[in-house]
Each structure stands twice: as structure tokens, then as C-alpha cells.
Design a protein around this ligand. Sequence first.
Ligand code: HEC
Ligand code: HEC
Ligand code: HEC
Ligand code: HEC
Length: 260
Amino acid sequence: MKTMKRLSILLALGATVALMPSVSRATIIGGSHDFTSTGGYLTAGTNGVARFKWGGAPTGGTNSYYQNPCQVCHIPHKSQAYATAKAPLWNHKLSANTYVTYDSLGSATYLGGAITLGSSIACLSCHDGSVAINQTSGASGSSTTNSLNGAAVYVPSFAVETLNAGTVASGAGPYVGFNNLTQMHPIGVSYSTAVANGDTELQPVTGILTKMLKGTSQNVECASCHDIHETVGTAGTIPYDHALIQPLEGGTLCLTCHKK
Ligand code: HEC
Ligand code: HEC
Ligand code: HEC
Ligand code: HEC
């Protein structure tokens, strides 16, 4: 009896711990980009948005589909060309938008040179609101099946990074015309070019900054500030932190790059 009681207290304690908001690192699983039915984000019914079938029609049995959180964005075969998607093994359908980038000519102090969008294109494939979350690139073929998984799901409220150059369609989307990035922090800008052009107020590239800058041109992209995999910076340690790689408190994020 005593043992039973202790056991139930322990069980209750376990349940409480499990229900407490997690302040530990989340990774994709359990993070803001976990679109499986257990992810808690944009779960379509009990099936999740990250629900895939292997090779067209279900092959029978109970495992006719599986949920892979990575596959909404990455696929090991038949991915889109890196040169197009600018993100590795990219599986999400890309936006048809051509973006108007940071108004560098309108800035008297900009030294970053030409803007070439990198992996931000991959983020914008969902975040410009024109493509459904649950829309992958392939229309057919065993690995890429499930071009649109059920009813289309959009993130209209998250298309805020772009100015509304077009019209917001009423209803559930798609949201067209959000292609204007002039009023957000420059992305697709080369840090090393800015330094080479004489920006003496950028920090030396060490520590976490080496992971924030992308590619050999050391580009600043969406993923420089947002750590959606929650593996690099502090993302996932503060509830609802916008998956930021560094905290905003005290300007930490900004001061990682800027000496001000
Ligand atoms: C919502 C879309 C999305 C999901 C879901 C996602 N990724 Fe990514 N991933 C990206 C983007 C965009 C990039 C390129 C930008 C960057 O550097 O973070 C990337 C980059 C990567 C890279 C190469 C860069 C690096 O950090 O090593 C790997 C490996 C990777 N992802 C693995 C995964 C795995 C494994 C999962 C599932 C557990 C996953 N991703 C889920 C969008 C996603
Ligand atoms: C220079 C750093 C930086 C870059 C680059 C950046 N962001 Fe952000 N983003 C932030 C900060 C800081 C916040 C939180 C404060 C705020 O809401 O402005 C934020 C907020 C957000 C939010 C939360 C919704 C909102 O607006 O409140 C989304 C979604 C987002 N960013 C997506 C993106 C995407 C997509 C890109 C690339 C197209 C991007 N960000 C590039 C710093 C950045
Ligand atoms: C497959 C579609 C998809 C892709 C690709 C994608 N996102 Fe998101 N993102 C979403 C959705 C949907 C949400 C809203 C989740 C929610 O709050 O329900 C979101 C939320 C966010 C938020 C807010 C999260 C928070 O905790 O406040 C940020 C920031 C963000 N995304 C940045 C990015 C960045 C940066 C990339 C590229 C590295 C990216 N996203 C790629 C679909 C996507
Ligand atoms: C990953 C590095 C990085 C982060 C983080 C970052 N920036 Fe930047 N930022 C840059 C680079 C590179 C440029 C282009 C520099 C240039 O023109 O010399 C830039 C440009 C700017 C500009 C425009 C400069 C101009 O002359 O037109 C402003 C303003 C700015 N950043 C503010 C911020 C703020 C505020 C934050 C924090 C929310 C921030 N940055 C975070 C790298 C970063």
C-alpha cells in the first residue's frame, strides 16, 4: 500500500514535470517548425501537416503513412536543385515571387554591396504567404509524393516580413504580392563584402557568428537571426522567443554583428 502511494506520487510528479513548459533546447521536434501532429504547431486534425505517404496510394497495413518533421522542408532524394532553392535537399515548393530587396541605394551608409538572396528564399517559400505549408515540390514519384497534403495551410500572419505590394486575398490564402523586402533588415548581404568596403563597425567573425553567417560570402540571411533547428544559439530556451539565435535583451543579437 505504502509502495503504491509512493508510486502514484512519483507518477503524478512525472506528469507535472511533463506538463511544465519546456525551457530546454527543443530542436525541430517540439519547436516552432514541428508540423507533426504531436508538434503542437499547425497540426491539421490528428494527422499533422508533416504527413507523408510512401509511393502514391497507401500500401496497406496500418503504416500507410508516416510523419517526418524534416520532410516538409528536406528530402533525401529528388530534391530541388541547390542553386534554385538555396537550401540543402529542399523539398518545399518554392514561391514564384521575385523579391525587391533592401533599398541599398536609398541608404547613405550601406556598404554591403550587391544583394543575392541565399537560404532566405527557402524560408520565404512559406513566409511570403503564397505557398501552402503542406505543399512539397514533387507532384509524383515515390520520395516526393504528397505535393499537397489535404487542405492547403498558409501562414498569412507570418508574411509580415514583406511589405504588401499586392492585395491580401480574403479568406485562407494564398496571399499574393508579398515580395517587397525593402523595409526589413538586409538579407542576402555579404558580411565580408561590407567589411572589405570599409565597414569598420562590424564585429570580428568568431564564435557563434561563424555559424550565423552563411556560405563562403558570409551572407546574412533569415537563418542568421532565427535558429529554426534550435541547435546553434539560445533558440528554444525561452518560451516564444521567435526562434532567435541570440536574445534581444540588451541588444545581444544586434551586437553580435554590429559594434555600436
Ligand atoms: C521549416 C523548414 C525546415 C525543417 C522542418 C527542417 N529544416 Fe533543416 N534547414 C532548413 C533551411 C531553410 C536550411 C538552410 C538554412 C540554414 O542554414 O539554417 C536548413 C539546413 C539544414 C541543414 C544544413 C545546415 C546545417 O545546419 O547543418 C541540415 C543538415 C538540416 N537542415 C537538417 C534538418 C533535419 C534533420 C530536420 C528534421 C529534424 C530539418 N532540417 C528540418 C529548413 C528546415
Ligand atoms: C537581423 C536579424 C533578423 C533577420 C535577418 C530576420 N529576422 Fe525575423 N525577427 C528578428 C527579430 C529580432 C524578431 C523579433 C522582434 C520583432 O518582432 O521584430 C523577428 C521576428 C520574426 C517573426 C515573428 C513574427 C513577427 O513579425 O512578429 C518571423 C515569422 C520572422 N521574424 C521571420 C523572418 C524571416 C522569414 C526572415 C527572412 C526573410 C527574417 N525573419 C529575417 C530578426 C531578424
Ligand atoms: C514549411 C513552411 C515553413 C518554412 C519553410 C519556414 N517556416 Fe517559419 N513558420 C512556419 C509556420 C507555419 C509558422 C507558425 C507556427 C505557429 O506559430 O503556428 C512559422 C513560424 C516562424 C517563426 C515564429 C516562431 C516563433 O516561435 O515565434 C519564425 C521566426 C520563423 N518561422 C522563421 C523561419 C525561418 C528563418 C525560416 C527559414 C530558415 C522558416 N521560418 C522557414 C512555416 C515555415
Ligand atoms: C548576422 C549579422 C547581423 C545581425 C545579427 C544584425 N545585423 Fe544589421 N547588418 C548586418 C550587415 C552585414 C549589414 C550591412 C552592413 C553595411 O552596410 O555595412 C547590416 C545592416 C544593418 C543596418 C543598415 C545599415 C545601412 O547602412 O543601411 C541596420 C540599421 C542594422 N543592420 C541594424 C541591426 C539591428 C538593429 C540588429 C538587431 C536586431 C541587427 N542589425 C542584426 C549584419 C547583421
